[in-house]
Design a protein around this ligand. Structure first.
Ligand code: PMP
Length: 443
C-alpha cells in the first residue's frame, strides 16, 4: 500500500506557523511533528484529513475520546443542553453526576469540577498541604501530572535527598520556570520501588504532605504497580498523616467505571479525573474524603474558575457515564478484548519484520515497545526503546494508523472488527518501513 500524501495539510500547516508557534498547540522538547495532519471529520474510530485520507484513531486526543467521534447519543444530549442552558454557575444536572461518580468511586465522597488535568492536580496539591499542614509532595519519574512548574521534569541525583533539579537536555525540562519550583516543593523517586519510598518517608515525613501518583504509570511506558505497592503507599500515608493522591486523569473511567482505585481496591484520599470524564469536552474533577474536601466548604482552601461546573461540560460527563455504564459497564470488557487483538496484531507484524515487540499497559490502553521483555520501572527500559517505538508510531501514521505518544493505543467504545481489519491490512507495510529505519539507525 502507498503511504498517505498530505500535501494540503502540509501547506495549511505552513501558513498557520506564522501565527501558531511550531504549527501546533502542544509541545515537548522530545518530539517534533513529522506529519502535521489537519483533520476535518470524525466518526466512531475514524478520522479524515484535509487531503481526504482516512485514519484509525487510536490516539483519541490523549485518551479523552473514549466514546469515539460523533457518538449519536452523546451528541444528542449535548444538542439538547445547548438549546437549554450551557454556561451558568449552577444548573439542574449536578445531582445526577455527583451521585453517579460517588457510586462508582466510593472514596470520592465529595467533589468539585474544573477544566484541565493540570489545574485540578494543582488544586489537589494545595488541598493536601492545607489538610496536613506540610509542604513537599512525593512524585515519581515517568509520571505526568500536567505542565505546571512544580510537577514537570527535573532529575533527582541525590538518592538520600531526592529533590529534583533542572537537567540540561531533559525532554520535560523547560526554560522560564519559577526559581525553586522544583527543588523546594517535591521529592522525585523511582516508582515501583517500595523500599525507597519507605526510606524517604521514614526520614522526611514531617515535611511530606502528599504522595502524588498515577496508579498505573501510563505516561511512563504502561507500567502496572507491583503487587502490594499501592497498599504500601496507603499504609505509609495513614501512618504519617500524608494525603494519598491518585491522579486518575487517564485511568479514571478508562480501566473501568471505578477507575484504577476500584481495580486495585485501594482508596486514595484525593482523586483527580479528566480526559475520558466528559469524552472530549474539557472537564476535570477533584474529589475525595469528606474530611479533606470539607476544607473548601469551610472556606479555608480556595478553589475557583470561571467555567467550573459549566452545564454543557457536565452534560458531557452525564452522557459519557450513562453510555459507559450501560449494561453494567460491559463495554470495558469489549474494549479489553479489542485491546488484546491489537496487541497480537502488532506483535505478529513486528515478528515478521524481524523486530522485537512487547505490549504492556492496561485494559483499554495497550502500549507497545520495541524490546525483548516487559519492564516494571521506566529506568529499566533501554534508552533506545522509546526512540524505536516512536519510529514505529511515525510509520504507522503514514499508513493511516494513529497512536498516541509513548506508543499508546487508546481503545474507544465504538471500536469494532472493521477497525481490526483496517489495522491488520496496514500494519505489515508500516512495520517493514520501521524495521528498515531502525536497522539503519542501529548500524
Ligand atoms: N495527569 C495525568 C495522569 C495526565 O496524563 C495528564 C495529561 N496527559 C494530566 C494530568 C494533565 O492534564 P491536562 O493535559 O488536561 O492538563
Amino acid at each position: 500500500m502507498e503511504k498517505y500524501k498530505i500535501r494540503k495539510s502540509r501547506e495549511y500547516n505552513k501558513k498557520i506557523q506564522k501565527y501558531l508557534p511550531g504549527g501546533e498547540h502542544y509541545n515537548f522538547r522530545a518530539f517534533a511533528q513529522e506529519r502535521p495532519i489537519h483533520f476535518v471529520k470524525g466518526a466512531g474510530s475514524r478520522l479524515w484529513d484535509m487531503d481526504g485520507n482516512e485514519y484509525l484513531d487510536l490516539y483519541c486526543k490523549y485518551g479523552a475520546m473514549i466514546l469515539g467521534h460523533n457518538h449519536p447519543r452523546y451528541n444528542e444530549a449535548l444538542k439538547k443542553r445547548i438549546d437549554g442552558v450551557t454556561c451558568v454557575n449552577k444548573s439542574d444536572i449536578e445531582l445526577d453526576i455527583l451521585e453517579m461518580i460517588n457510586r462508582f468511586m466510593p472514596a470520592v465522597e465529595m467533589m468539585r469540577f474544573g477544566l484541565s488535568g493540570t489545574e485540578i492536580v494543582q488544586n489537589a496539591i494545595r488541598l493536601a498541604r492545607a489538610y496536613t499542614g506540610k509542604n513537599r509532595f512525593i512524585r515519581f519519574t515517568g509520571h505526568y501530572h500536567g505542565s505546571a512548574d512544580n510537577v514537570v521534569g527535573g532529575v533527582a541525583n541525590d538518592l538520600l535527598f531526592p529533590v529534583p533539579k533542572e537537567h540540561p537536555g531533559e525532554p520535560r525540562g523547560t526554560e522560564g520556570r519559577a526559581k525553586g519550583a522544583l527543588e523546594t516543593q517535591s521529592f522525585l523517586l523511582q516508582w515501583n520501588n517500595p523500599g525507597l519510598l519507605e526510606n524517604i518517608i521514614h526520614k522526611y515525613h514531617d515535611d511530606i504532605a502528599a504522595i502524588l501518583t498515577e496508579p498505573i504509570c501510563l505516561n511512563g511506558g504502561g507500567i502496572m504497580p507491583r503487587p502490594g505497592y499501592l497498599k504500601k503507599m496507603r499504609d505509609l500515608c495513614d501512618q504519617y498523616n500524608i494525603a494519598l493522591i491518585f491522579d486518575e486523569v487517564i485511568t479514571g473511567f478508562r480501566v473501568g467505571l471505578s477507575g484504577a482505585q476500584g481495580y486495585f481496591g485501594i482508596e486514595p484520599d484525593i482523586t483527580t479525573l479528566g480526559k475520558a470524564l466528559a469524552s472530549g469536552l474539557p472537564v476535570s474533577m477533584i474529589g475525595g474524603k469528606r474530611k479533606v474536601m470539607e476544607l473548601y466548604d469551610e472556606r479555608r482552601v480556595m478553589h475557583a474558575g470561571t467555567f467550573n461546573g459549566y452545564a454543557l461540560g457536565l452534560e458531557g460527563v452525564k452522557a459519557s457515564l450513562d453510555i459507559l455504564s450501560d449494561d453494567g459497564g460491559k463495554r470495558y470488557d469489549e474494549m479489553a478484548g479489542f485491546a488484546q487483538k491489537f496487541a497480537e496484531m502488532i506483535s505478529v507484524a513486528a515478528k515478521k519484520a524481524g523486530l522485537p515487540m512487547v505490549v504492556q499497559g492496561c485494559r483499554g490502553v495497550p502500549i507497545f515497545h520495541c524490546c525483548e521483555r516487559p519492564e516494571d520501572t521506566i529506568e529499566a527500559f533501554d534508552e533506545s526503546t522509546f526512540m524505536k517505538d516512536s519510529v514505529i508510531a511515525d510509520c504507522l501514521l503514514a499508513y493511516g494508523i494513529m497512536v498516541a505518544p509513548v506508543s499508546r493505543m487508546y481503545m474507544n467504545v465504538t471500536i469494532n472488527d472493521d477497525d481490526v481489519a483496517f489495522f491488520k491490512s496496514r500494519v505489515d507495510d508500516a512495520m517493514k518501513d520501521a524495521a528498515e529505519i531502525i536497522n539503519e539507525l542501529s548500524e
